[in-house]
Design a protein around this ligand. Sequence first.
Ligand SMILES: Cc1cc2nc3c(=O)[nH]c(=O)nc-3n(C[C@H](O)[C@H](O)[C@H](O)COP(=O)(O)OP(=O)(O)OC[C@H]3O[C@@H](n4cnc5c(N)ncnc54)[C@H](O)[C@@H]3O)c2cc1C
Length: 445
Amino acid sequence: MRVENLIIGAGITGLSCAYHLEKLSKKYEKRNKHSSRCNYLILNNGREIGGLARSKEIGGFIFDYSAHLLHCKSSYFYNWLKENLGSEIVLHKRNAWIYSHGVFTKYPFQANLYGLPKNVVKECLEGLLNPDRLKKYEKNSFERWCYEKFGSGISKHFMLPYNRKFWTLDTKKLSDEWIDEFIPQPAIRDVLDGTFEYGHKEFGYHSKFFYPRKGGVEVFVKKLASFCRNIMLDEDVVAINIEEKWAETKKGKKFYYKNLISTVPLVQLKDLIVDMSRQIKGEFLKLRHISVINVNLGVKRKSISNKDWIYFPEDNYIFYRIGFPMNFAPTSTPREFSSIYIDISYSDWKFLEYNKEDLIEIVRADLIKIGIIDDVDEIPIVDINDIKYAYIVYDKKWAQSRGDIVGYLNKKSIYPAGRFGAWKYLSMEGCFLEGKRVAEHLISG
Ligand SMILES: Cc1cc2nc3c(=O)[nH]c(=O)nc-3n(C[C@H](O)[C@H](O)[C@H](O)COP(=O)(O)OP(=O)(O)OC[C@H]3O[C@@H](n4cnc5c(N)ncnc54)[C@H](O)[C@@H]3O)c2cc1C
């Protein structure tokens, strides 16, 4: 079979690329121009569309794979959601917290010291106001950036331990290329405002978010997919020949393409391409990612917390974040129950050495320690998801290796796209916009 644009993966990126090709095709049909350039076919290995942004129903609960909240930085994405999902989605104001030193403080830590022990507040303010704090840190490193922006106290009490726990990596090894979008940077005045009472200003990309009124994040994905006509499910791409320009699936079907859009994790793409140059293969080995074990629990007690989610920078809790879907998605949880999602990171260099039963016991004990649940609480629902590709690690090698790989593939008419496809820290909005960008690029020739 011959296809103009062969898209691998029906996650948000692949679907968005297809959706935008459909849209452009209508535009070109009217002008009688280039519309064949918009032809596409999506191949997806599983029977379900949505990739990581799927939802599942278990015993009356609806869970996502961890939380999947819809953030809008661009008016394009915001308008798309409003136009296509209208009253099916609800706008929420974030209610996020941090638990450290035995107390809850408002997110983000660096703008909300109120409530922390006095000696910690003092250390944080002293560090913030100390001008001489950069000399010993390597340039372009996350660690240096933290000291530069926040000083030693905030770095010591939140930025470094949280990021070390989350990335499972010495923060010296992280670069500063991913930060601007994700870490709020309050001015000194804002820090002071949030030191003596709860700060009123909201910071960061997720201070507001949309979430479907009913049915989990999948509602968004299903709407997007409803515009895409050409999707083949259960077609696992197992081989790609970049010189002859074909992809073959496990069932033995061969598809010849002009352009290949891959949302397959970049490090897996390496193993699918049968005729890749040896030299570039080595670059793939330098790419690193972390994985997440996501545990979803249904607890037999109402309203165990009023918070949306909580971050945990300290090592004496196994998770780096927990959250409560019932507070932003009330229909996801049966009445008289509560729901919790719990995220624990691990990696190829920091293993998680517990079996499922032990892990649940540790999680349960930690939740009791914090006072989220009691030891008598029943937990009738336990759902564990092992998310192998969860976050891309931006270390010192990321930019160069990724750039070389993408450059090489582009020359062969392969367009790696999406969070794992293009190996970038992208949100769902980022993936949606990436799909659009790739579609426009393909059409512009
Ligand atoms: C723990 C966690 C929490 C998150 N929370 C949020 C959040 O709150 N808000 C937010 O905006 N984003 C969040 N994200 C990010 C979001 O999930 C991703 O950005 C987005 O879903 C990635 O979409 P994608 O299409 O690029 O990739 P994927 O979702 O991975 O889709 C890729 C698709 O390709 C298919 N595929 C793979 N290999 C093959 C093959 N060989 N042949 C055929 N098909 C194949 C897969 O089955 C899948 O359907 C979170 C991510 C994680 C890990």
